[in-house]
Design a protein around this ligand. Structure first.
Ligand code: UDP
Length: 459
């Protein structure tokens, strides 16, 4: 241990075990480490291996951040990909393993844990901390509006909008307040993930999390006041500290599950300014083969440069012949990669727009770089984020599905053209970027919230 830092508070950081949670919590951990805190970062064993494998820097460069792991009790990758199984493991297996980990740390010569900083999605970690007499803070890597929705569950039940298991009583559009984005009850986060069992577990987790939040001194989130004014006025206890970006620390993103292919940055350097369509669907979206081919054909008829992230597991059954001939035809103006340094890609001047599944991290990263969006949400909070992008901030357009549920090549071409030919989208995106980044500049609201949090950690 670094002698000069001995005695600095030791923070245990626990993300929900998914890529979109690990990256922002790792970013927050690096901010804490830069302030001299010792951080122990807890992944599941499975994710720990992925993260270690994908790390571009040597572990000893990490100094104050220690990556550790706990078992999640799942045996196969197949189980891990089933929403019902993973939520079951998170609810019933991980808590006792995390408790044991803290006991082990406290029984060793390592500095005791002085604060548990838990992902808001796993409120049980706050309960463990309280039971063990450790101070605690929660961090939500999603929109504040999602948290407000979660906190509104009792009212939604009282008002007959959902039943006690979270099932919407009917499909309808609601608003949590007149200035909040529209929410379609069929797209409620718990109602749009996986099967009935997954819905039940996720709803239970959210109800439990609302209870656990009463035990925390801090409820931080990766957002800003201006982006979600209505949500923050409904729940002023939520404090934004976003946008959390590696570039603010002049560092690199960490916590990737796949190694980054940085060759795309060189390729982007060779493209004209604002010419490239960037296409990425986060870490979990899986494509139906017909839709996958339709997207490829859509990109082809757009006849513009594109950079497309095709994760190795993005499609269940890949048609090699199609992919090869597509790649051959597109080689002059398109690049397909398996995982990119997304924050750097979005910051690149050659990016024109972002075809996105609207995960919250991707949303914040696009907004922070003034990039207009084409929205293609799949599940969870992605529909809500799309409402923000298209209806509230007006920095993007949504795709419309046809009667088969497919987003056709013509729809892709027409929306790309509409977005890029109307400069108002880019203009608003640049204004939004400026407003958002002011928050993390010295004296900005997110900056102040984070500073106050640091002061509290030190006490
Ligand atoms: N990401 C990345 N490289 C890629 C694709 C995604 O680094 O090629 C990162 C992206 O920058 C974001 C995260 O993965 O930080 C995905 O989180 P998001 O909330 O957007 O989506 P999720 O994966 O949770 O659906």
């Amino acid at each position: 241990m670094n002698e000069t830092r001995m005695g600095n508070p030791h923070v245990l950081v626990i993300p929900y075990p998914a890529q979109g949670h690990v990256i922002p919590l790792m970013e927050l951990s690096q901010c804490l480490a830069n302030h001299g805190f010792r951080v122990t970062f807890v992944n599941t064993e499975y994710n720990h291996k992925l993260v270690k494998n994908a790390l571009s820097t040597k572990e000893d460069m990490w100094g104050q951040i220690h990556l550790v792991s706990v078992p999640d009790g799942l045996e196969s990758l197949e189980d891990r990909n089933k929403p019902g199984k993973i939520s079951e493991a998170i609810l019933r297996v991980m808590p006792r393993n995390v408790e044991r980990l803290i006991e082990k740390i406290h029984g060793s010569a390592i500095e005791k844990i002085s604060c548990v900083l838990a992902d808001q999605s796993i409120g049980w970690a706050l309960e463990i901390a309280e039971k063990m007499g450790i101070k605690r803070a929660a961090f939500c890597p999603a929109a504040a509006a999602l948290l407000v929705l979660s906190l509104s569950i009792p009212k939604l039940i009282d008002d007959g909008i959902i039943d006690c298991e979270g099932t919407p009583t009917k499909k309808q559009i609601i608003k949590l307040s007149p200035t909040m984005p529209d929410m379609n009850t069929a797209n409620f986060v718990w109602a749009s993930i996986g099967n009935k069992n997954a819905q039940k577990n996720i709803f239970e987790l959210m109800v439990n999390n609302n209870r656990s939040l009463k035990l925390t001194d801090w409820l931080l989130c990766n957002s800003t006041y201006e982006l979600e004014a209505a949500a923050f006025s409904l729940a002023p206890e939520i404090l934004p500290i976003g946008p959390l970006l590696a570039s603010t620390r002049l560092g690199d993103t960490a916590g990737n599950f796949w190694p980054e292919d940085s060759t795309c940055l060189k390729w982007l350097d060779e493209q004209p300014p604002k010419s490239v369509i960037y296409i990425a669907f986060g870490s979990m979206t899986v494509f139906d083969p017909i839709q996958f081919q339709e997207l490829a054909m859509g990109l082809e008829i757009c006849n513009r440069q594109f950079l497309w992230v095709v994760r190795p597991d993005v499609i269940e059954k890949i048609n090699d012949a199609f992919t090869e001939s597509f790649q051959e035809r597109a080689a002059t103006h398109g690049k397909i990669v398996s995982w990119v340094p997304q924050q750097k890609v979005l910051r690149h001047p050659s990016i024109a727009c972002f075809i996105s599944h609207c995960g919250w991290n991707s949303t914040m990263e696009g907004v922070s770089n003034g990039v207009p969006f084409l929205c293609w949400p799949y599940f969870a909070d992605q529909f809500l984020n799309r409402s923000y992008i298209c209806d509230v901030w007006k920095v993007g357009l949504g795709f419309t599905r046809d009667a088969r549920g497919i987003i056709t090549r013509d729809e892709i071409k027409s929306k790309v053209e509409r977005l890029l030919e109307n400069e108002e989208y880019k203009g608003r995106a640049l204004k939004l970027k400026e407003m958002v980044l002011n928050n993390i500049a010295e004296g900005g609201e997110s900056y102040k919230n984070f500073k106050n949090f640091i002061e509290w950690l030190k006490t």
